[in-house]
Design a protein around this ligand. Sequence first.
Ligand code: 8Y7
Length: 274
Amino acid sequence: MFSVGHNRPQVMGILNITPDSFSDGGQLYIGGLPSLDKVLFLADLLVEQGADILDIGGESTRPGAITITESEELERVVPVVAALKQRFDIPLSVDTSTPEVMRLAAAEGASMINDVRALCRPGALEAAAASQLPVVLMHLRGEPKNMQDDPAYKDVVNDVVGFLTGRVSACEGAGIDRSRLVIDPGFGFGKTLDHNLDLFRALPELVALGLPVLVGLSRKRMIGEVLGKPTADRVCGSVALALLAAQKGVSMIRVHDVGATVDTLKVLAATKEP
Ligand code: 8Y7
């Protein structure tokens, strides 16, 4: 696993191959298609800035995003994984819930599966098991298109912990060893600001489950709600949350602003006891 044995959390740089993503959608597109040149340019930037792993996603999961077909997702993601694998040494994570994408991305050399649906789609457990790759299991309430319709929990922390431990058991039942699993509370996925803040404060509880924890907070609406600022002006808020999450023991942080986050985590690491 990438996360264990380092003195700072690993930084996962976001590479969205989507025309409509939440904070950076469409930036890699020309005339409705992703431009490989632009993808490689951004990947190079993220690598230069110190990313430990890149997360490549072809499906936008923002609220209200249109669902895409398997073939559209394959077309977007697989050639990019292949091209990046050829040019860079950095591990590649594939952000997908689609079994066929998991299979083909693994065949192209992907190093991790990041599933916001925690392998709940039919065939996903089997595809992930067969890939032999580490898997991120994220909590999501409902489906992206309806997840922000009045989210309600009895106790958000208990519900998320219960869901994730259930998915860990499902993975173990499918032959995916615990040593391959990473858990993620899914900030912003079917959660109000209060739910997100409750989960953030409870990160040590998640860490105490004994599996590496990944968090994705970068430029999210919860920061916008606190600051009253649009996505482009949420970098400081994102970096602050990354720093706090690192202090709470998370192992990996998924971000757009790789350079700022890496610098922040490096100075945090420098302040630790030798
Ligand atoms: C997360 C994520 C997104 C997250 C994990 C965005 C794909 C929305 N967020 N994956 N993906 N955790 N594991 O704003 O929080 O980046 S997409």
